[in-house]
Design a protein around this ligand. Structure first.
Ligand code: CTP
Ligand code: MG
Length: 231
């Protein structure tokens, strides 16, 4: 099978409310570089990568466009305005992707520790099945709670996984899922859930806990520690 061209979408338009910093998370600096730059650097030289699109807030559009040109001088790059929800930001980016792209990967701007090996593993499974998502087995027992915080049920932990990104899909399937979600006014907290909603197949690819999402202040401290340590 001929190698398919891959487009990468990076949603970076969030406000970072749980972190509670003035500067949005992707633009916080660690060791002199923004978290977005650390994340993008992980994808430099990934085989088949032909386009990179970052959705971001208006005030960061220009600098993000410059950063993309600097990091990926040989491929098509775009910085586009984000939307209200993560899903809206990704929809805006989708509009820029060219017709020759066979696979679309979505990766959070705030997961700077994804490894090249895990990216490649995920690409391989996505090409094969239509959709693939990096994930780790749930470490804690997960409870389902009612509004009053009373425990409603405890699903068997052996069946539970924490979904990460990248989440990678056949481009046609991905576009169809976004269309389907729009028509049915469905909002999912990740991209795979949109494909699942339509009845599409998505597989999990076991990744690493190191690919955590910088969400709370403790995550930022850990990220800072890991980046300083790597030098
Ligand atoms: N994101 C986005 N557009 C939005 C919301 C989120 O592009 N409207 C991006 C974020 O910038 C981040 C990724 O989606 O890179 C994952 O979202 P999350 O960790 O929830 O980031 P925030 O939404 O910024 O944080 P919070 O939910 O704490 O406000
Ligand atoms: Mg959010």
């Amino acid at each position: 099978m001929e190698k398919q061209q891959l487009a990468l979408i990076i949603p970076a338009a969030g406000k970072g409310e749980r972190l509670g910093n003035q500067v949005p998370k992707p633009y916080l600096k660690i060791a002199g570089k923004s978290i977005l730059e650390h994340t993008l650097t992980r994808f430099k030289g990934v085989s088949g990568l032909g386009e990179v699109i970052v959705s971001t807030s208006e005030e960061y559009l220009l600098q993000t466009g410059e950063l993309l040109k600097e990091l990926f001088p040989d491929i098509a790059t775009h910085a586009v305005p984000g939307g209200r929800e993560r899903q809206d930001s990704i929809k805006n980016a989708l509009g820029k992707i060219s017709g020759k792209t066979g696979l679309i990967a979505v990766h959070d701007a705030v997961r700077p520790f994804v490894s090249r090996n895990d990216i490649e593993k995920c690409i391989k499974q996505a090409s094969r099945w239509g959709g693939a998502v990096l994930a780790v087995p749930a470490k804690d027992t997960i409870k389902v709670a009612g509004t009053d915080l009373e425990i409603v049920k405890t699903p068997d932990r052996n069946t539970l996984w924490q979904a990460q990104t990248p989440q990678i899909f056949w481009a046609a399937l991905f576009r169809e899922a976004y269309q389907y979600a729009e028509v049915n006014r469905f909002h999912g907290s990740d991209d795979a859930s949109l494909i699942e909603k339509m009845g599409g197949k998505v597989v999990l690819v076991e990744g690493s806990a190191k690919n955590f999402k910088i969400t709370y202040p403790l995550d930022l401290q850990i990220a800072d520690f890991l980046i300083q340590k790597e030098g």
